[in-house]
Design a protein around this ligand. Structure first.
Ligand SMILES: NC(=O)c1ccc[n+]([C@@H]2O[C@H](COP(=O)([O-])OP(=O)(O)OC[C@H]3O[C@@H](n4cnc5c(N)ncnc54)[C@H](OP(=O)(O)O)[C@@H]3O)[C@@H](O)[C@H]2O)c1
Length: 267
């Protein structure tokens, strides 16, 4: 089977690299990008063949669209004729905020859509991909997607109306976590650690904490209590964070990202 990728930037490129890890799919991959060098570089590194957008739409059985949400309409309009002639294709949208109903209006009605919302840690196999299917997409399409992206991390099917919330939490979440990571490392430097050491400690603390939370399946509040001894240093830090409305600030950040995702989807 031929699997096309159009748009090989941060996210499209990461997903193409993931799919290329599987021998069954690598040779059938067609890689297209506006600047051709990206497609050539990826093909040399990971496998697959550089191609044009037109070749992808004419030959692939499944197409991952990795362009920006605002570019979907123009891209699909440019290839309307070839898309009209093709039998049902499986199209994968990773565009933040674009609903399936909008995507379906951009293509002839025989095509099937799956809307996915990946986050950047898919590049290291520890990502989250939430997804929803259009009415025409069926179980075989879902099974194929799950098999193809199994190395990405956690894949969770959601009702489409929940995808914007998943975008705000898991899609945007890495940026919020990086801010926290940077702040921890800055604090380490301020209290006398070398930058490199502070950075290592911050990254490993976040990684280990996430792994422990995942393994223990306890509520974060219980795990937090286990670190806080009475009258100790940790509870002093927790009290300081709470005096600055730490949790409320994070909740507002995710809400702002959610609202913006919804606004962008309406444009
Ligand atoms: N980054 C994330 O964390 C993230 C998370 C979830 C979903 N997404 C979604 O992933 C999509 C891509 O985002 P991104 O962050 O990966 O953006 P990006 O790094 O800017 O990648 C977009 C790519 O599309 C290429 N492109 C633009 N127009 C094209 C066209 N007409 N034909 C072929 N290729 C074209 C660009 O080529 P050039 O090299 O020429 O610029 C670029 O390589 C978006 O829809 C976004 O909502 C991103």
């Amino acid at each position: 089977m031929k699997i096309g990728f159009i748009g090989l930037g941060n996210m499209g490129g990461s997903l193409a690299r993931l799919v290329a890890q599987d021998d069954r799919y690598r040779d059938g991959m067609l890689l297209a990008n506006r600047s051709q060098e990206k497609a050539e570089k990826l093909a040399a590194e990971a496998g697959g063949q550089p191609a044009s957008n037109a070749q992808v739409f004419a030959q692939a059985d499944m197409v991952f669209l990795g362009v920006k949400p605002a570019q979907y309409a123009a891209l699909l309009a440019d290839y309307e004729t070839v898309l009209k002639e093709r039998e049902s294709l499986l199209l994968i949208s990773m565009a933040a905020g674009l609903p399936l109903a909008t995507l379906e209006k951009l293509t002839p009605k025989q095509h099937r859509w799956i809307r996915i919302m990946p986050n950047t840690p898919v590049a290291v196999g520890e990502g989250v991909i939430t997804y929803a299917l259009s009415e025409l997409a069926g179980q075989a399409d879902e099974d194929l997607l799950l098999e193809m992206l199994s190395a990405a991390g956690l894949l969770i099917k959601l009702e489409e109306k929940q995808l914007d919330a998943a975008t705000a939490l898991a899609g945007c979440g890495p940026a919020f976590v990086y801010l926290f990571m940077e702040a921890l490392a800055d604090a380490g430097v301020q209290t006398g650690l070398a930058r490199e050491t502070a950075q290592q400690l911050a990254v490993q603390t976040l990684l280990g904490t996430a792994k422990l939370a995942q393994a223990s399946q306890q509520h974060p509040a219980q795990l937090k209590d286990q670190v806080c001894s009475p009258g100790g240093s940790t509870i002093a830090g927790v009290a300081s964070l709470e005096s600055h409305a730490f949790r409320g600030t994070v909740i507002q950040a995710v809400q702002a990202a959610y609202q913006r995702t919804q606004e962008l989807g309406k444009k």
